[in-house]
Write a protein that binds this ligand. Sequence first.
Ligand SMILES: Nc1nc2c(c(=O)[nH]1)N[C@H]1C(S)=C(S)[C@@H](COP(=O)(O)OP(=O)(O)OC[C@H]3O[C@@H](n4cnc5c(N)ncnc54)[C@H](O)[C@@H]3O)O[C@H]1N2
Ligand code: MOO
Length: 408
Amino acid sequence: MSVDATPVDWEQARALAYEAGRSAAGPAELISLPEADGRTLAEPLRALTDLPAFATSSIDGWAVRGPKPWRVIGRVLAGGVAAPLDEDGTCVEIATGAMVPVGADALIRIEESTRDAAGLVSGAPRSIPEWRLPGEEAHKDEELLPAGTAVDPAVIGVAATCGYEVLSVRPRPRAGLLVFGDELLTAGTPGAGRVRDSLGPQVPGWLRRCGAIIDPAAVAGPVHDTLDAHLEAVRGALAGADLVCTTGGTMHGPVDHLHPTLAELGAEYVVNTVAVRPGFPMLLARIPGPDGRPRFLAGLPGNPQSAVIALITLVAPLLAGLQGRPAPALTRVETAAAVPGRGDFTHLALARLDRDGRSATPVGHVGSAMLRGLSNAHGFVVVRPGTQAAAGDLVPFLPLPLVAGERP
Ligand SMILES: Nc1nc2c(c(=O)[nH]1)N[C@H]1C(S)=C(S)[C@@H](COP(=O)(O)OP(=O)(O)OC[C@H]3O[C@@H](n4cnc5c(N)ncnc54)[C@H](O)[C@@H]3O)O[C@H]1N2
Ligand code: MOO
């Protein structure tokens, strides 16, 4: 059946993978603020009160009422409740962060005030008010961040400011990885027909950068090149994961058992081959889970660069959808050199961004069996079917899911 599958357009494949994830997103759960880093908001974050919740002094000084000089009648510190200032010609000493008393007309900085022998305070307020008004930052119930926002330290900070103890977030998808290929070595140098497995060690890092959890125990292989071994390994991996990635065996060679395994499991293809070079034999399949929620299997081609292309084409959008995040977007950059097209296929050409991220230069060593170019690139220049890019053209750019500080 799959031998003659029609490759899906690359953009459409990304959209199908995202929709498949979105429709299977995990249920919202409540997580304490310190644990929420890296999760995704399941509901909009709203202000629980006005922010600030009360008129708040921005300075150390005096809260005054009426014309000067002012008689000091008390003090209000941060954390205290300020008594009203009822009488003209009076003031209270006030600390930064303290509640401004009702009735105060102005705040005067301590260093811009004087006190006479009788202890009366004088000074001139600045033209700009020295306190923050209730609701200046947000009004009660105002939406501060939409559902789907990635929770980062600043999001946790603003939630704490609002008074949240827990956040309603999506679960992180759990992933597993099965490496297929009897020719693979897991230690030592390549030779005599054997190559090192370069996907088992790297795919978990990419999956984590896309928001998945993957334990070292959820990485297995090389799985023997028999249908029975494939079936057993995939069944076992699916029992503990929302997504199982496999590497190799996506074609129809004598020891490629992925498609027969999927047929045996009653899987339904979301995407079966993509019109992209490199990477076209990639696939994404949906498998019914015991609890009614679907599980997913992403078949990454064996050629290592193609496997990473499959990851960012199908797995990154799927994981974004499962987490309730927006679909990963392409940016636009100028290509510093011409990039040929690939006929009816989309061409993904590894490229390195310049310092300001505006221009991309194609890198060398970009064969689908190579990883050298990938380790030196920020992502891929995208050349759509039937087109080519000339030096200086603005082109779409697909970034690798690197984190800040990687590949400076
Ligand atoms: N008759 C055809 N043969 C092939 C075609 C084709 O169109 N017609 N396409 C080629 C392309 S493109 C790709 S990509 C590969 C995909 O094949 P599989 O997904 O079935 O992968 P394998 O055959 O298992 O391996 C391909 C290649 O990659 C090496 N490999 C596999 N796993 C790893 C790993 N974990 N680490 C490092 N290297 C790995 C493997 O040794 C092979 O050299 O099919 C082509 N063939
Ligand atoms: O499409 Mo293959 O994935 O070029 O190496």
